[in-house]
Design a binder for this molecule. Structure first.
Ligand code: C2E
Ligand code: MG
Ligand code: MG
Ligand code: MG
Length: 287
């Protein structure tokens, strides 16, 4: 009997594994057709200077307008394609769309954020032809100055070759774009990356910012990253600024740049111009 139930367990296990493989394959096929059918859209979340009251730019955040399931967040689909060539294709789609958006805002002569930040996985930067591909994308939008494009590098996995990534970044900077280190402090080797990668901006991860007012360890990390940015002569922005109080505390620590629900949630492109025109920093931020 024991043997038989053991056998059954294996059988169940196999079935579960087969099922997982099937689900993965179906998810990949669904994303493939979503790309072909243009179901992905970019939402934009403002990045502001709390001290001067100016809008620095917006970050492009991908969404899947799913015909049946509604608007899906990156967590629902990006992990599926993480190790698939489709992630490269999607990454290029995002850059291309962001450049189109800048150009549309510019031709309409709107009072707009000066830059768009696009998220890219660090592994994407390891593609041997990344610089060439970026050159091609920029060339397709001759009316957009490359300095309006910022690339946020996500250190989701350890880089095999920091030297190569650094060289790629230097070559891209020569094209006019700039870089930010995203989710700083949570990745594999933040300090090595900070020292070796020519990123102009550091984004303090939202997990530290969220609890900084209640957790002294998180407060210490936020304070430390701000000091680190200063010594390395990099700009620093806090993400996940959910309340006015967070903003106040960050300003007191010398971090003027911020992004978060307390300022604005990610919004469709059509809502950006009005938001930019209407936004005022909180009165308590003026010191
Ligand atoms: P991220 O680049 O660190 O972006 C910040 C995420 O936190 C966004 O989630 C944003 O909506 C959310 N957020 C912003 N402010 C607050 C806040 O005050 N509180 C809270 N709780 N959350 C806040 P989203 O849009 O779901 O994106 C999640 C992640 O997916 C991004 O994290 C980024 O790593 C990745 N991602 C998004 N778009 C792209 C893309 O086009 N390409 C790639 N490769 N990754 C992307
Ligand atoms: Mg980001
Ligand atoms: Mg982040
Ligand atoms: Mg993140």
């Amino acid at each position: 009997v024991a043997k038989e139930s053991g056998k059954n367990r294996y059988h169940l296990f196999d079935t579960a594994q087969d099922e997982a493989i099937k689900v993965q394959r179906e998810s990949l096929e669904a994303i493939r057709s979503a790309l072909d059918e243009q179901q992905f859209v970019l939402y934009y979340q403002p990045k502001v200077n709390m001290k001067t009251g100016s809008v620095m730019g917006v970050e492009a955040l991908i969404r899947w307008q799913h015909p049946k399931r509604g608007l899906l967040n990156p967590i629902d689909f990006l992990p599926v394609i993480e190790n698939n060539p489709m992630s490269i294709e999607m990454g290029e789609w995002v850059i291309d769309n962001a450049l189109t958006q800048i150009s549309q805002w510019q031709t309409k002569g709107l009072n707009l954020p000066v830059s768009i930040s696009v998220n890219i996985a660090a592994v994407q930067l390891q593609q041997p032809d990344f610089t060439q591909r970026l050159t091609t994308l920029l060339a397709a939008h001759p009316d957009v100055e490359p300095r309006y494009l910022e690339l946020e590098v996500l250190e989701t996995s350890a880089l095999d070759d920091v030297q190569h990534v650094s060289t790629t970044m230097i070559n891209c900077i020569a094209l006019g774009v700039s870089f930010a280190l995203d989710d700083f402090g949570t990745g594999y080797s933040s300090l090595t990356y900070l020292r070796r990668l020519p990123a102009k901006l550091i984004k303090i991860d939202q997990s530290f910012v969220r609890d900084m007012l209640s957790d002294t360890d998180d407060f210490a990390i936020v304070e430390g990253v701000i000091a680190l940015a200063k010594s390395f002569k990099r700009e620093v922005i806090a993400e996940g600024v959910e309340t006015i109080e967070h903003g106040k505390a960050l300003l007191q620590l010398g971090c003027h740049l911020a992004q978060g629900y307390g300022i604005a949630k990610p919004m469709p492109a059509c809502d950006v111009p009005t938001w930019v025109n209407d936004w005022k920093p909180d009165a308590s931020w003026q010191v």
